[in-house]
Design a protein around this ligand. Structure first.
Ligand SMILES: *[C@@H]1O[C@H](CO)[C@@H](O)[C@H](O)[C@H]1NC(C)=O
Length: 306
């Protein structure tokens, strides 16, 4: 595993010959926020950075602390912006992606880290999708799928074209192809392990269909973020004690972001599953079958259509 100092030094060398466009969905808190901040710092603010999330106050205050750009956007639009979207609803994601498709010339980096904030059991949105799965899988798929033309434009120009889902690579489980979306077999464990396998299927299929773009599913590790204590009900109850005991095994959001950014910037073309130290997982915690990949693709495409 590369040491943190090595990873930071590599990230600091990021100096693209073009003006990068990066979208951080879920960038208003936690790992997404730390990744957006690190990206802004390493590009010295000279990047078009879009933070997308629910909380405008949070998004705008994060942006206010970015280094100020010394270049301007070709279109004259502000280089750092917040875009509001509640990604639990696919129709909201559609509104956001239509807006971005209409005005962005390309997209170099797409980072998806929107997380579920509730620990209840299955709770359906008006679109009939479980909220946790909507954030952890369906909305991520829809952002990538809708914005593929922008990623492709970046790839065609010989620039970075990279999508990354920060979730649970290597921490996955078997899925039931006859119960995708978990209408029958819902449980917090099934939802978490299932979403990770759905994400594995997703990056593999996108990678196979779009060979000039990188698609990575990565595991952030146990990060000290506001949702740490809400990951599981037992953790929620024991959180203060657990935090004391587990603290040495946890990582700050800022340090985690360095590894995530390292994996993002150095991703090759194709599909990847990586661990919290940006290392390839190989077959570890891998439950994808040809049948599962095809079923997840068709199911997700159907549920995320306009
Ligand atoms: C939005 O973010 C602000 C600033 O971080 C915070 O004070 C506020 O509680 C957040 N609102 C919600 C609804 O989470």
């Amino acid at each position: 595993m590369p040491a943190l100092a090595v990873v930071k030094a590599a990230n600091a060398k990021f100096a693209p010959a073009y003006l990068p466009v990066a979208l951080f969905v879920g960038g208003t808190s936690g790992i997404g926020q730390s990744m957006a901040e690190a990206f802004a710092r390493y590009t010295k603010g000279n990047a078009h950075i879009i933070i997308c999330g629910r909380n405008r106050t949070a998004g705008e205050s994060i942006i206010a602390k970015f280094p100020k750009p010394t270049v301007s956007s070709p279109s004259g639009a502000p280089l750092h912006e917040f875009v509001q979207c509640d990604a639990t609803l696919m129709k909201n994601v559609g509104v956001t992606t239509s807006d971005l498709l209409a005005r962005l010339p390309k997209l170099n980096f797409l980072v998806l880290s929107q997380g579920a904030l509730n620990v209840q059991g299955r709770s359906e949105t008006e679109e009939g999708i479980d909220k946790k799965l909507a954030l952890n899988h369906y909305s991520r798929f829809k952002f990538i799928n809708d914005l593929l033309p922008l990623l492709q434009k970046a790839a065609d120009a010989g620039e970075d074209a990279k999508a990354m889902s920060v979730l649970g690579a290597g921490h996955a489980g078997k899925i039931d192809v006859n119960d995708l979306g978990l209408k029958k077999g819902y449980g917090l464990t099934a939802a978490a392990l299932g979403a990770a396998t759905y994400n594995d299927c997703m990056v593999e299929e996108f990678g196979a269909r779009n060979p000039s773009i990188a698609f990575t599913h990565i595991y952030p590790g146990v990060v000290r973020t506001p949702i740490f204590g809400r990951m599981h009900w037992t953790m929620a109850l024991l959180s203060p004690i657990l935090m004391g005991v587990l603290y040495p095994f946890t990582v700050s959001s800022a340090d985690c972001a360095e590894y995530m950014l390292y994996a993002l910037l150095n991703g090759d073309k194709g599909a990847f599953r990586k661990d919290n130290h940006a290392e390839d997982l190989g077959e570890k915690g891998y439950y994808v079958t040809d049948e599962a990949r095809k079923a997840v693709w068709e199911h997700t495409l159907a549920l995320t259509k306009a």
